[in-house]
Ligand binder design. Structure first.
Ligand code: HEM
Length: 201
């Protein structure tokens, strides 16, 4: 085995802050929607709005970091294909087959991760932020001439997006346990270092 440095400091802070914010936004959101949770409706709304702004600030930092460090290139497809990865996670992994795509510092995302993170970043998160802010500024829709729009589809899209994010998060947590050891990927996202098989011997 060899240890390689995979996740940089900003990336790790961003990852865990994003995870925490999605969880607290989901908790306060479902508190608003179903009355699940310990908060009064109004308290949940206020906290949801505060965490939403934190999320927007984090997204702005993350975009800046990806653009200035060139890390956005990690998402450009190139190595292997998504079907191969999906087949590995569905079948090969249970037959002890070799991982189809090796992780390196320069290329840490496999094709399935690239596809799911692109969908998350350019579809699900933007949909949540846009529907969330439309919801937030419902009383001001007249300013941009959309006061005749119904609120229900916006609320529905926001709630479906919340379920999609939670489902994605559960799948993501499961997949993190499929590394060299069940906790090695999570440990790597905490320390930055990951143990990988040494190809050079
Ligand atoms: C920048 C991001 C976000 C903004 C601006 C935002 C904004 C809002 C607003 C204004 C509401 C309505 C509160 C009210 O009834 O007065 C709401 C509801 C809700 N939010 Fe968000 N939100 C964001 C992200 C999220 C995320 C990431 C999740 C889940 C992971 C989430 C889950 C929910 C849920 C489940 C509801 C209840 C929907 C309903 O009852 O119709 N939100 N959000």
């Amino acid at each position: 085995m060899k240890r390689i440095f995979i996740y940089k400091r900003f990336e790790r802070i961003w990852h865990w802050t994003q995870a925490l914010l999605v969880i607290v936004l989901a908790l306060t959101g479902f508190n608003i929607h179903y009355g699940w949770g310990v908060l009064e409706f109004q308290q949940a709304v206020v906290l949801h709005k505060i965490f939403a702004w934190c999320f927007v600030v984090l997204i702005a930092f993350a975009i800046f970091w990806h653009l200035t460090t060139g890390e956005w290139k990690q998402y450009v497809p190139g190595r292997g294909n998504v079907i191969e990865m999906a087949m590995f996670y569905l079948f090969g992994i249970f037959r002890n087959e070799e991982h189809p795509v090796k992780k390196t510092t320069l290329s840490k995302l496999n094709p399935l991760q690239q596809l799911s993170y692109i969908v998350l970043k350019i579809l699900v998160i933007p949909i949540m932020v846009t529907s969330g802010f439309l919801y937030y500024y419902f009383n001001d829709w007249g300013v941009v001439g959309i006061e005749h729009w119904p609120l229900t589809p916006v609320a529905l899209i926001h709630t479906i997006g919340a379920f999609a994010l939670i489902a994605g998060m559960i799948a993501h947590i499961y997949l993190t346990t499929t590394g060299h050891t069940p906790l090695s990927n999570i440990r790597a996202m905490i320390t930055g270092w990951e143990e990988l098989e040494d190809e050079s011997d």
